[in-house]
Design a protein around this ligand. Structure first.
Ligand SMILES: Cc1cc2nc3c(=O)[nH]c(=O)nc-3n(C[C@H](O)[C@H](O)[C@H](O)COP(=O)(O)OP(=O)(O)OC[C@H]3O[C@@H](n4cnc5c(N)ncnc54)[C@H](O)[C@@H]3O)c2cc1C
Length: 420
């Protein structure tokens, strides 16, 4: 391929794009504003906790095929682990009831006929009817609008919707929820096994990608923010970075793997980006215990219903972490208040009454993802929306999937294919 591809943004979309290009033998430079790669999926040493933590727990599944291909591209296949069986434990904060959703491996969903394997509030017909409704969801349907009357809604669909779409079920796009289920639950348990980084997000998704890019001779430039794109018609002709200007030759291309507001500032007048996107925060509360953290049952995570402070609990090493999506009402609360209130709920859920509030860190990602409403889903930009030699990537672009690791990586792969 003639020319160089400048990929801007070293989140997972940019890393995946640069890797695919470099593997195909293209000349690639990856530019990143921050001093590190990973974007919204990263790990760092936290001084207060005295250990490495992830910015937020990331739930990934064995059906995330682009994510698995990305790890194979990085040579990091062994960095994920997970149980052999698809099993997702839940506990209800109000009643203490516990159950585990356990889809069988194959596509024929006989698990739905067994009360001990499905969600507790509905029978086989309720599960089938809800899945059929979701499958037929229209562009303007919300999850609550479609499934709000189902007995499964309060303790199953509502939690699934807000966690997968980072948007309250009343506003969340039903079609986007179906897209995730179509690539997991609808394919059977083999595609629903939860997977976890062995050590941290950084060591699984970021460091191996950096090493692979280095090995392939790609250029990586950190602390290099793109400030402006000079254009002639639709073509990008020069890039103004904080580290200096780069003039683009005939065969050079530009991939903007950036959040939508950053892309909009660089491409003023682009109709797809004329209106800014609303975002929702995700809050993570990390607690460092003085012993290994453990959760009842097998998997190191559990879904929590009936609480407005705790949606998922994860255990890794001596860290217990809680995730709350669409955390708009908690994002402005003082961290100490949040930590204490979340810890009280954890004490009750996990029987930790005797353990005083441990060392903790509250991480609120205010712009964790765009709000995934039907209206905003319809505005997501195609990779080719900017025209000329410019391509767009990022979890918010029109991948057809929710804004997730899988969506971000797929957008990066798509941009790479188009650039090639
Ligand atoms: C707390 C939290 C929890 C999450 N949980 C899950 C989960 O459970 N499962 C899941 O699949 N997904 C989850 N996600 C979503 C997932 O992390 C994102 O979808 C994914 O990381 C987005 O990657 P990206 O490359 O599209 O964007 P980003 O990671 O935002 O990358 C964009 C990069 O561009 C850089 N940049 C911005 N402006 C410029 C500029 N002008 N010049 C150069 N560089 C620039 C930024 O610094 C950044 O590194 C979660 C996200 C958060 C925040």
């Amino acid at each position: 391929m003639a020319g160089r591809v400048h990929v801007v943004g070293a989140g997972l979309a940019g890393l995946a794009c640069a890797l695919r290009l470099a593997r195909a033998g293209a000349a690639v430079t990856l530019h990143e504003a921050a001093g590190h790669a990973g974007g919204r999926c990263r790990s760092y040493h936290d001084a207060q906790l005295g250990c490495e933590i992830d910015n937020g727990n990331h739930l990934i599944l064995s059906g995330n095929r682009a994510m698995l291909a990305y790890l194979a591209d990085c040579g990091a296949d062994g960095e994920l682990w997970g149980p052999d069986e698809a099993a997702v434990p839940f506990v209800d904060f109000q009643t203490g009831q516990r159950w585990t959703v356990r889809p069988n491996r194959g596509r024929l969903p006989w698990w739905l006929a067994l009360p001990g394997r499905r969600a507790p509030d509905g029978g086989l017909l309720d599960h089938l009817a809800d899945l059929a409704r979701l499958r037929r969801a229209g562009d303007s349907d919300t999850v609550a609008g479609l499934l709000g009357g189902s007995p499964l809604y309060p303790r199953f669909w509502r939690l699934l919707a807000v966690s997968i779409l980072n948007t309250p079920a009343e506003q969340a796009s039903a079609r986007l929820l179906w897209r995730t289920l179509a690539e997991s639950l609808a394919l059977g348990g083999a595609a629903c096994r939860p997977l976890f980084p062995r050590h941290s997000l950084g060591r699984t998704f970021v460091e191996p990608a950096r090493a692979a890019l280095d090995g392939l001779g790609a250029e990586l430039r950190f602390n290099n923010r793109l400030r402006a794109v000079e254009r002639s018609g639709e073509r990008a002709t020069a890039l103004d970075f904080t580290g200096g200007e780069i003039r683009l030759g005939e065969g050079d291309r530009l991939v903007l793997a950036l959040p939508p507001d950053a892309a909009a500032r660089l491409l003023p007048g682009l109709p797809a980006l004329a209106e800014s996107f609303e975002h929702n925060p995700i809050l993570n509360a990390h607690f460092r215990l003085d012993r290994p953290a453990a959760l009842p049952g097998g998997p190191p995570f559990t879904g929590v219903t009936g609480s407005d402070r705790v949606e998922w609990v994860f255990a890794r090493g001596d860290i217990l972490s809680v995730t709350l999506s669409a955390a708009g009402n908690r994002a402005d609360q003082a961290a100490e208040e949040v930590a204490l209130a979340v810890w009280r709920e954890l004490q009750s859920i996990l029987g930790l009454a005797d353990t005083p509030l441990p060392r903790h860190r509250i991480v609120t990602e205010r712009r964790a993802t765009i709000a995934q409403t039907p209206a905003q889903a319809a505005r997501r930009a195609a990779a080719t929306a900017a025209g000329g030699n410019i391509l767009l990537a990022g979890d918010w672009t029109a991948t057809g999937l929710p804004c997730t690791i899988e969506g971000a990586i797929r957008s990066g792969h798509k941009a790479a294919e188009l650039a090639l």
